[in-house]
Design a protein around this ligand. Structure first.
Ligand SMILES: [Zn+2]
Length: 56
């Protein structure tokens, strides 16, 4: 398993070993995250553009 840190809530995000950059995962806090590769490090960032409705 690969562990990354959620940039939104700071919690741990667990990813499968064979996760590919560009994959989209949902975190427990409700945010949608995109997997990105930074050198040899797998990270996640909030997925932009695909709008969850934040409820105005
Ligand atoms: Zn989170």
């Amino acid at each position: 398993m690969i562990k990354a840190k959620c940039p939104v809530c700071g919690g741990e995000v667990t990813l499968p070993d064979d996760v590919m950059p560009g994959e989209v995962v949902e975190h427990d806090c409700g945010v949608t995250l995109e997997v990105v590769k930074d050198g040899e490090t797998i990270k996640v960032k909030p997925l932009e553009g695909v709008g969850e409705d934040w409820g105005e």
